[in-house]
Ligand binder design. Sequence first.
Ligand code: JDE
Length: 245
Amino acid sequence: MRCDIVTIFPEFFDSPLATGLLGKAGERGLLEVRRHDLRDWTHDRHRTVDDAPFGGGAGMVMRPEPWFEALDDLLAEGPARVILLAPDGHRLDQATAGRLALEPRLVLCCGRYEGIDERVRERVDEVLSVGDFVLAGGEPAALVVLDAVARLLPGVMGNAASAGEESFAAGLLEYPQYTRPAVYRDLEVPEVLRSGNHGAIARWRREQAIQRTLRSRPELLASAELSEEERARHGLAEGRGDPVG
Ligand code: JDE
């Protein structure tokens, strides 16, 4: 996959792109990220990208011209799915990350200031949010999207089994994990995990994943793949996630 990032802070991405999974994906040629300074598409001496809002009000709005010219130039190199990061976009989830991982090329547009001229929004393919909070800029959100997408690219994650287990547990939170030592400061690893009984271990993990999801993200159970027996056992209505009563 190729990914172009348009930002007024290209250096924001230096360390994240050189580190860990994103660094490896780059080294292996599985992901090619190009950063572009939005100010390269300005024409004034001060490289201005923002202006006061029409109609008045506090703060500044990003001007449309540098964005339109940037997108013209980047899309002249070939087609791409153009994404703007903003708090009022569709919420990023694992299914969206999976869909984006199938794209040959993404352009991630990082806005700043109080917002961006509405005409830019209308020019992009998709507006994405990483959560219900306001960031100072779209850069951290773009990084979240890129990280979530990159680990789904073929060949990026070493362990093929993890991806399989992940999809098996689709819709549930992860079960608790332990490693050595078996006892640390009087804190014991659950006996079942040391029993060698793989059936019992699988059942325990499944149960823990369900209980954990019920406790901290009950709304996820609506679309989780639970058997009718599991739904009944946890007091969930048939075929959906609302607790009974
Ligand atoms: C992305 N989740 C949160 C913020 C903004 C009032 C204040 C600020 C492109 O336009 C933007 C971008 C951002 C930065 O991104 C996020 C974000 N996912 O905050 C604003 C809008 N209204 C506008």
